[in-house]
Design a protein around this ligand. Structure first.
Ligand code: SF4
Length: 315
């Protein structure tokens, strides 16, 4: 197997369902592709949980859903100054992307009206910082306002295969998510679209999910690893092994050679000591924690990046 191989759904399934090629061999192929397109650069994304908890949706893996009793901080939209200060921090540590995330079903009009001046303020002061928004479903009016304010990218995750999605979420459909991505694209947003691996799906679901992403061709793909959250319906479920997680990331690189693939939430917990190998497949990480869980911290991330001879990409 080499880096020029054309991967079919059948061969992709064989790769993640078996140990052939070996994980080391698979990672080496992914690394070759990664370094051909991105060199040794790692893009840092900083997340802001701008409005936490009490979400109307019932995603079974998520502690921010109002349907479950999770002990997480709940608060309304952060102030303009708070978000600005977080963007400034992201800029100062050399992060290329600042992601504003709200636990909301949709980018509703008053939310958009409140956020637009903040987006413009951040963009005027840190023009190189990509502003990514994750506000839920998006209609044409709100998409147009957010784009005019200066937002660069829109995140909406497909999460898993269309087939498995109803096992995780009943309050909306995979298709609705897909439509929002098309709306964002029509309005000139870059797309950030990924999902969650290890939440009970089959290998076929993982492959279908990755091929859906390939069809959408987003600029950025965050791959989250299921990390059971207390109070959710999946609190006692087991996640996947570190090696399986690594094989999924390597396969994602083979399928999406030019895409900024991110080892996202659950990275430290699920990949553990294999994080350095993961960095040879992916091109970015979230640093300084996630929406409701802590990460290993920026200094540890930086050390890990430098230990494998990689560096943070400066825009
Ligand atoms: S994943 Fe997003 S939409 Fe689903 S419950 Fe959590 S915050 Fe709401």
């Amino acid at each position: 197997m080499n880096s020029n191989v054309n991967i079919t759904q059948k061969s992709a399934l064989a790769i993640i369902s078996s140990n052939t090629p070996s994980t080391d061999e698979l990672v080496n192929i992914a690394k070759e592709i990664r370094e051909e397109h991105f060199g040794k650069n790692v893009i840092i994304h900083i997340l802001s949980n701008a409005k936490s908890g009490n979400c109307s949706e019932d995603c079974a893996f998520c502690s921010q859903s109002a349907h479950y009793n999770s002990a997480i901080p709940e608060y309304d939209l952060k102030s303009d100054d708070e978000l600005y200060a977080e963007a400034k921090y992201a800029y100062e540590i050399g992060a290329g992307k600042f992601c504003i995330v709200t636990a909301t079903r949709s980018a509703f009009p008053s939310l958009v009206a409140e956020l637009c001046p903040t987006i413009s303020r951040i963009k005027e002061n840190f023009s190189n910082l990509t502003i990514c928004l994750s506000l839920g479903f998006l209609n044409n009016d709100e998409a147009s306002k957010l784009k005019r304010a200066g937002a660069d990218r829109y995140n909406h995750n497909l999460e898993t295969s269309e087939r498995y999605f109803p096992s995780l979420v009943s309050t909306h459909t995979w298709r609705e998510r897909y439509e929002t991505l098309l709306t964002a694209r029509q309005h000139g947003f870059e797309l950030c679209c990924g999902g969650i691996i290890g939440a009970g799906e089959t290998d076929e679901d993982i492959v279908d999910f990755l091929f859906s992403l390939k069809g959408l061709d987003p600029e950025s793909v965050p791959i989250n690893f299921f990390n059971p959250r207390p109070g959710t319906p999946l609190q006692d479920a087991k996640s996947i092994s570190a090696e399986k997680a690594l094989r999924v990331l390597a396969l994602a690189r083979l399928l999406l050679p030019h895409t900024d693939i991110r080892a996202a939430g659950g990275r430290e917990k699920v990949l553990g000591a294999l994080q350095k190998k993961a960095l040879q497949c992916v091109t970015s990480i979230f640093s300084n924690g996630y929406l409701t869980t802590a990460g290993q911290g920026f200094e540890s991330d930086l050390k890990m990046i430098e230990e494998i001879g990689y560096r943070i990409e400066k825009e």
